[in-house]
Design a protein around this ligand. Structure first.
Ligand code: ZN
Length: 73
């Protein structure tokens, strides 16, 4: 049986974390927290003209959730 320590479970994931950017809602440079990604079924994405993968970011200044289209790698 393998014991999972809290440290091991908290190992960082490369694409997660905060980043700096311009927020169109509060109209200033802000820091964004990565919330996660939203995936659409391919036929739904095509019908709506959306990217199948959308990244969700939260502005640390005005707490608005922003979406960013992400091409599938
Ligand atoms: Zn903002």
């Amino acid at each position: 049986m393998t014991m999972m320590t809290k440290e091991l479970m908290q190992k960082p994931q490369m694409h997660l974390g905060n980043r700096q950017g311009y927020c169109p809602t509060c109209e200033q440079q802000s820091e964004f927290t990565f919330l996660g990604e939203q995936r659409w079924p391919p036929h739904v994405a095509a019908k709506l003209g959306l990217s199948p993968v959308v990244m969700l970011w939260s502005c640390n200044n005005c707490h608005t959730t922003l979406t960013e289209a992400q091409d599938e790698a």
